[in-house]
Design a protein around this ligand. Sequence first.
Ligand code: NAP
Length: 304
Amino acid sequence: MKKKVLLTGGTGFVGKYLTQMLLNKGYSVSILTRTPKKNTDDISYYSWDVSAGSIEEKAVLDADYIIHLAGESIGDKRWTVARKKAILDSRVQSTALLASVLQSNNKKVKAFISASGVGVYGALNGKGICTEDTPAAHDFLGKVCQEWEKAADTIAKLGIRTVKIRTGLVLGKDEGFLKKMAPLFRRGLGSVLGDGKQYMPWIHIHDLCAIYLLAIENEEMEGVFNAAIEDSTTNAIFSKTLANIYGYSLWMPKIPAFVLQLTLGEMAILALTGRRISNDKLLLLGFRFEYKNLDLALRDCLNK
Ligand SMILES: NC(=O)c1ccc[n+]([C@@H]2O[C@H](COP(=O)([O-])OP(=O)(O)OC[C@H]3O[C@@H](n4cnc5c(N)ncnc54)[C@H](OP(=O)(O)O)[C@@H]3O)[C@@H](O)[C@H]2O)c1
């Protein structure tokens, strides 16, 4: 019998790629979503409404594994008070809802695997490389990631193997960050953001999904793991590489930090700050990244 993996947020960027990878590996997939579609031969859809606390419990009760990706996008809209609450609640309350279904039914899935972000470390530009032991930051994203991981820990306390994937900037075809940036660069309008010195720990979508698969299959894997390439890509290097792939050298002036701050408000922190990340913990588990070179990863995503 096929093992069943329940994905929350399975309709998103990571979820769609991961669904395909899991199906290719012989798993059966179900998806918890706010807008269920008609089931297909391969995928069952279940509905939930996190803010109302409602969920089709069968989704959880039938699952062998849960991968929790759901959450309001952090980069789509300005961080108003209401938006910040939605970003936090959609992650923490959704985890709590899953935990309550698991607990009240005494259901033991084989593993609960939650997304998290390297934003947990805050803006540590130039101050060393963050390992999983680096303390969390006290800024907004640091707090979101901490609360999100703390909620996942309540599931660990039920005796369920729990893994938290602190994810860097995910690169994929026509999705995520590249979907926003590629059209500008394609038109020759790419530029460096701020002083360009901020680190941009990145990961190719294929490698990220392979890490989720490893988290399912390797029973030794537990706790937090950084998921990003350990290099020293800065925004300037990233922008230069992207421009070169489109056949030109950057010529546009750098976009000053204050312009981004005026346009994006507090969310400008996403564009203007970063940190370097260690992935040693994953390597020690035997994980090998397929895409370690930024140029090759970008070319794959851009079909170049
Ligand atoms: N992409 C990146 O670069 C990156 C980097 C670091 C961390 N991450 C984290 O990894 C996870 C997956 O990322 P992604 O890029 O695939 O995100 P995404 O494309 O924005 O998809 C997230 C999914 O979450 C669900 N969702 C959104 N708001 C929700 C709400 N209020 N209640 C319940 N579900 C909600 C949506 O599913 P439905 O519409 O079907 O309900 C959506 O498809 C996210 O938690 C993200 O923060 C991503």
